[in-house]
Design a protein around this ligand. Structure first.
Ligand code: BF8
Ligand code: SF4
Length: 671
């Protein structure tokens, strides 16, 4: 069998683009952010954009992953300058050091997502046990659907009984006695993936075990075998997938499964006449309560001469609120400080993850009340509320009152509101996508999508995920790749800060369909729109939610595989993280590869110091799992790589389907 080789895949790119000389730190293609950065420059206010420039040039050892600090004899830095320098003090080679470092990044990412999922599972358990009064089960249909997927009997049982069983089953995926693989992993993938993970022995028994195992495996004096380290890292990445799926499923049960909504995005959503509150972070248990509290305290805001209270979102908790409540999105990761620069943000309420410590000192230059809420994420000198489910709404009200107080102390001379905002059509859960396709085929909705690919109307599906990374001008790669794929008839989904970039830039509207979609994609979307009874248009790119919600998109990919009668590595479906930054993005990309997807990554994680590891994740991974990484910072070339990977799969699928039809045989699956 010829090995798949994409153009330039497997070739280590030069480092020049990673070590930069930055003349002007205002690196964004978002006009609202550019305005705020100009204000920052005029007033001498430092933001992450300045701090990134100040860090240049960054250390080449760190950039390429060949600096080991795993034991106290280090840091050991590998160079080819002399034989003694080619290995660390203990004799660890470049491939061991790079492999261990990246495996620990994946463990960090898996821990973050999984902790989030654990929190929601505990909340669901407490709801079922009647221990919390401010939360309830909102989506009973989803509760029963999830229970059935994971093998929990629902007949004759109350919602609370089922919810308790679901929550306990989810918690068992974190810690249990016994070595059976995680339920949420094995029950949500294809039979082919189940067999593959069992055969390769990378299905985690529990999330906690997987993280403990990889931390042990990568300790000083433990595993030195690069293949074994990477396989261990993939087990951890599958634990990440498990935690993410739990987070999404259980959030839908508690807060509702998203349905299409129309809203707006970008800094222009902040309204100077309202008390503006930004919720930032990831966990909907906090942000949903802030929305409720804001509604309840509207009269208090009006007494303070405001027109009302406007809650907006930043990063993934913003995506959660946007998807379920139509709450406007102020921005993605690199926008977080710039929201404060508008001078009209009265409070920023944060929970967990992706929250820059620089927000607090910046908020001191303005009137913004900066409020932390998690015992795991405190920032010195902030207002801190110990947010607990037992009295969630009361605490949320106290925070909203602080925002009203902030509104009263605004400095009028610092107000610089942006006019930039875009219309956004969002709310595309997997369930909402199925409903959309059902307009054309009620019995087999996903066949609408696979038929369009097989017939050549569209070239495949690309999921955009991941962050902002200041190595790249904010949002530039996201927008360039997406516009190129649109012109080439690729159906696009997005989550996390990638979705934020598209929302802000107006790519989640029908205007973008008219402006950027190729003929095939346009007619596919128009056919869907004609049959969908939504009361509004369809977007160019479908917002599927926050980072943990990447599993929604993967559920669609699984459904496509089942519809086509093949396993994931044969489905014309790719993933792209053009501006990956967080450990979580590294972890998501890794499970996507193990699941069998081609994964483009725009900012190369620190692995280039080992040709062996680089080859493993770009080539060998494909041989074993059917998925592989494609590292490419240039957005035009990245789009070519993604299209080539999709075309390769569509072409193969077409050949085999043609053969099975012609010779009246079943579809061959071993290609
Ligand atoms: O989890 S996309 S910058 S906000 S890590 Fe963070 Fe990256 Fe944004 Fe959401 Ni995901
Ligand atoms: Fe150096 Fe080995 Fe210690 Fe790493 S584990 S810091 S390579 S001695």
């Amino acid at each position: 069998m010829p090995r798949f080789r994409g153009i330039k895949v497997g070739e280590i790119r030069d480092q020049a683009t990673q070590r930069q000389k930055i003349v002007d730190p205002k690196r964004t293609v978002d006009p609202a952010c550019m305005e705020a950065l100009c204000v920052a420059q005029e007033t001498g206010t430092l933001t992450a954009f300045d701090r990134f420039a100040a860090q240049q040039p960054q250390c080449g050892f760190g950039l390429t992953g060949i600096c080991c600090r795993i034991c106290v004899q280090g840091p050991c830095r590998i160079t080819a300058k002399s034989d003694a320098n080619k290995k660390g003090v203990c004799g660890a080679s470049d491939y061991t050091i790079v492999g261990r470092n990246v495996a620990r990044m994946i463990a960090g990412g898996a821990a973050c997502h999984s902790e989030h999922g654990h929190h929601i599972a505990k909340t669901l358990l407490h709801i079922a046990e009647g221990k919390v009064k401010d939360y309830t089960i909102t989506d009973t249909a989803k509760l029963r659907a999830v229970a059935e997927t994971v093998g929990i009997d629902t007949t004759g049982r109350s919602d609370n009984e089922i919810a308790k069983s679901v929550a306990l089953a989810a918690l068992e995926d974190y810690h249990k006695v016994g070595d059976t693989p995680c339920t949420w992993l094995m029950s949500t993938i294809t039979p082919g993936r189940r067999a593959k993970f069992t055969h390769c022995d990378i299905a985690p028994s529990t999330i906690d075990r997987a993280i403990v195992q990889i931390m042990t495996q990568t300790a000083m004096g433990m595993d030195a075998d690069p293949v074994n380290i990477i396989f261990g890292a993939l087990r951890t990445a599958l634990a990440d997938y498990t935690g993410m799926h739990i987070a999404t499923d259980l959030s839908d049960i508690v807060f509702g499964t998203p349905r299409p909504v129309v809203t707006e995005a970008n800094l222009g959503v902040l309204d100077p006449e309202y008390v503006n509150i930004a919720t930032h972070g990831h966990n909907p248990t906090l942000s949903e309560m802030v929305v409720q509290a804001a509604r309840a305290l509207e009269p208090e805001a009006k007494r303070a001469q405001a027109k009302g209270i406007k809650v907006v979102g930043i990063c993934c908790t913003g995506n959660e609120l946007l998807m379920r409540k139509g709450v406007a999105l102020a921005g993605n990761q690199a926008t977080q400080e710039l929201a404060i620069m508008t001078g009209v943000l009265d409070a920023m309420i944060v929970d967990i993850q992706c929250i820059m410590p620089g927000l607090k000192p910046l908020s001191e230059c303005f009137h913004t009340r900066f409020i932390t809420t998690s015992e795991q994420a405190k920032i010195p000198a902030s207002y801190h509320f110990d947010f607990r489910e037992e009295n969630a709404l009361e605490i949320a009200k106290d925070m909203v009152r602080l925002a009203i107080e902030g509104y009263k102390s605004r400095d009028q001379s610092k107000i610089k509101v942006s006019k930039h905002k875009s219309r956004v059509v969002a709310g595309w859960s997997f369930e909402a996508m199925k409903d959309l396709f059902a307009g054309l085929n009620p019995d087999r909705p996903v066949k609408v999508l696979t038929d369009a690919i097989v017939e050549g109307k569209i070239r495949g599906v690309c999921l955009f995920a991941g962050c902002n990374n200041l190595r790249i001008p904010q949002d530039e790669s996201h927008l360039t790749i997406a516009k190129t794929l649109a012109a080439n008839d690729v159906f696009m989904l997005a989550t996390g800060c990638a979705a934020g970039a598209f929302a802000k830039a107006g790519l989640m509207s029908s205007a973008a369909v008219d402006a950027y979609a190729g003929e095939g994609l346009k007619s596919f979307l128009k056919d869907l729109e004609a049959k969908a009874d939504l009361g509004h248009e369809l977007p160019l790119i479908f917002h599927m939610g926050s980072c943990v919600d990447n599993v929604r998109a993967f559920d669609l990919c699984v459904a496509m595989a089942l519809e086509l009668g093949v396993d994931i590595p044969k489905v014309p479906f790719a993933a792209s993280a053009p501006e990956d930054m967080h450990e979580k993005a590294v972890s998501i990309g890794s499970w996507c590869v193990a699941m069998g997807l081609p994964v483009h990554v725009g900012v190369v994680p620190p692995i280039e110091g080992s040709e062996l590891i680089y080859g493993l994740v770009t080539q060998i991974a494909h041989d074993v799992y059917g998925g592989h990484f494609m590292f490419e910072q240039d957005p035009k070339r990245a789009a070519e790589l993604i299209i080539e990977a999709l075309d390769y799969r569509t072409w193969k699928l077409g050949v085999h389907r043609y053969a099975s039809k012609k010779y009246e045989t079943t579809l061959a699956v071993n290609w």
